[in-house]
Design a protein. Structure first.
Length: 579
């Protein structure tokens, strides 16, 4: 027997011994993931035998990383004080860096990493995210999102790498590898491939809506990234909010148990999404194969009591419970949590470290996609006498970072450690730089205008546009359109940077500008953009999505995706110029 097999066998033997000692309450406890503040007191960790704690939007665990670690250390001690001393998993939505912690390195959202097509870079970004997550007390992240977005109206397009299955597959493997490393040291974390399955391919891009793809389309287009994740040993997979044939994915035994676990041999934790228990059929989700339940916002007690009753009345089998607990314990052993349950305070000074920011800045540079460059407007000469920079997005690190930054819905404020796009331009320009935030000044004698426009941050359904349009649209606001037309009308050459979580319909604005760059949501290192605009580096990014020409193209169930050849996009998947 080789070393790996014998280590795995040892883990299974340890699980057997532990399972044999556990009461039903202790097992259900392991299956419970609670929030560290509202649902539980510290005492509940022990009395309810909680298996995992989640931190996401809401009160912070402390004012700095030391306090975060102290908080989770104290919860961990509670868990270890129980009869069997099973350590907790601490999970966080670190989806583009440890984005819940102000001062951490924030990478471009996945859509930008998809544009880089650089899997090695994705692995590095994931390893850094893992380290910074560990430094703030976590051993589990709910990332990467491996959706294949079909419709740009979905509010989570930016959380996914690409509309291309192949590219997503490649990036998923790299991301899992980077996050998990060998798993057992305290520098890596368990990753989560999410949301299984069909999250990005609902009708009209509605978060949690119905997916009408055929089983064959699901298998060919959506499943490959999950296969890649399993091959990399992904520790967990999260169920999706959407339905397929009107059946909640959380309760879909065919896809979760039969396909993922039995056929594809996924041996990790199938975790529910937010309040999955009360939303999607209570014990049905356990029978479908959910192993751990995000029992938050009032779900904890109903879940624990409900599941106990279901086991007692035979509607959930003891075997199913044992399988769930086995999977949870297996990951805890793989993470070496029994030996090494506490965060490492030596990691704290790595949060937002220069070496990490350098990788994030490289990611920003490589994510930029040049869509137009008439008359070699770019690269800009550093000696240009007068450059005007326009738009609130040019000087707001919150706006440039999108959702899941500091807060769930992002922030409109500047945040610690981040650099704005304007600051990057000011650093490299040798002539005068004027900032005209709302295009009201249009200064005389400008040689070029860099106009930064785009979306305001959103997350999940807040970013959905829906098939009956609501406040959000796939176009720029009138105000942002005016920034561009005002400068174009003055005959000043305009370089437009688009900050957005998805392709927008900007055909007219592209026509009005001399150069146009899709910059996605770059995160904390806004200065990476200037390094490319001024030619220190060339453009490398290629479109991770086909780009719609008109709003009419985005009518219907799905957007103008590359597999619908009746709609011609403005730019095809993979497009991108360079110098
Ligand atoms: C989202 C997940 C996220 C979870 C925990 C849910 O609403 O769909 O992606 O991991 O919340 O915050």
């Amino acid at each position: 027997m080789n070393k790996e097999n014998s280590a795995a066998l040892k883990i299974e033997q340890k699980i057997d011994s532990l399972l044999a000692l556990m009461t039903l309450e202790e097992k259900i406890g392991q299956m419970s993931q609670a929030r560290h503040f509202d649902d539980i007191s510290e005492e509940d960790i022990a009395t309810k035998f909680i298996g995992s704690v989640i931190h996401t939007q809401g009160p912070l665990p402390g004012k700095d990383a030391l306090e975060w670690q102290a908080k989770f250390t104290s919860l961990q001690k509670k868990a270890l004080s129980t009869r069997l001393g099973i350590p907790l998993l601490f999970g966080v939505d670190a989806v583009h860096g440890q984005n819940t912690y102000e001062g951490a390195t924030m990478f471009p959202h996945n859509i930008g990493l998809g544009a880089s097509q650089n899997a090695e870079l994705v692995a590095q970004a994931a390893a850094i995210t893992a380290l910074e997550a560990q430094a703030t007390g976590f051993n589990w992240v709910f990332s990467p999102c491996v959706a294949i977005p079909y419709n740009e109206k979905w509010g989570r397009v930016y959380e996914a790498f690409s509309e291309s299955t192949e590219l997503t597959e490649k990036m998923t493997a790299a991301s899992i590898r980077g996050h998990q490393g060998n798993l057992s040291d305290r520098h890596t974390v368990m990753a989560t491939a999410k949301h299984f399955i069909g999250d990005g391919s609902t009708n009209f891009g509605e978060e949690g809506g119905e997916t009408t793809l055929s089983p064959q389309q699901i298998e060919e287009r959506l499943l490959p990234p999950y296969k890649a994740a399993i091959k990399e040993g992904v520790g967990s997979i999260m169920a999706s909010f959407n339905t397929i044939s009107d059946k909640a994915m959380h309760a879909n035994k065919e896809l979760i148990t039969d396909l993922l676990k039995n056929t594809l041999k996924f041996d990790g934790i199938m975790v529910s999404d937010w309040k999955g228990y009360s939303r999607f059929g209570e014990s049905d989700i356990i029978n479908a194969g959910i192993d751990m339940v995000m029992a938050v916002d009032g779900d904890l007690d109903p879940f624990q009591e409900g599941l106990r009753k279901s086991v007692e009345d035979g509607s959930v089998s003891q075997d199913r419970i044992d399988d769930a607990v086995r999977r949870i314990l297996r990951q805890k052993y793989r993470l070496n949590l029994f030996e090494n349950p506490f965060p490492d305070s030596n990691l704290i000074n790595k949060i937002g470290a220069q070496a990490h920011r350098d990788v994030a800045r490289q990611s920003v540079r490589e994510s930029l996609v040049l869509l137009k460059n008439d008359n070699h407007t770019l690269p800009l000469d550093k000696k240009t006498p007068k450059i005007v920079v326009v738009g609130e997005h040019a000087h707001s690190t919150g706006l440039q970072s999108g959702g899941w930054t500091i807060n769930w819905q992002g922030t409109l404020e500047n945040y610690a450690g981040a650099t704005s796009i304007l600051e990057g331009i000011e650093k490299l320009a040798q002539g005068e730089v004027v900032y005209d935030r709302h295009a009201t000044a249009t200064p005389d004698g400008a040689d070029v205008a860099i106009i930064v426009v785009g979306e305001v941050p959103y997350a999940e359904f807040f970013g959905d546009i829906g098939h009956e349009s609501n406040e959000l649209t796939l176009t720029l606001t009138q105000e942002h359109q005016n920034y561009i037309s005002t400068y174009a009308a003055k005959g000043i050459p305009t370089v437009v940077l688009l900050i957005s979580g998805r392709p927008l319909v900007v055909t007219e604005q592209i026509e009005q500008s001399k150069a146009f760059v899709a910059a996605w949501l770059p995160g904390s290192e806004g200065d990476g953009i200037a390094e490319v605009l001024f030619g220190d580096y060339d453009f490398k990014g290629k479109l991770p999505h086909s780009w719609p020409k008109s709003l009419a193209d985005v009518r219907g169930t799905y957007g103008p995706n590359f597999w619908d050849n009746t709609i011609r996009p403005l730019f095809r998947f993979g497009y991108g110029l360079n110098y």
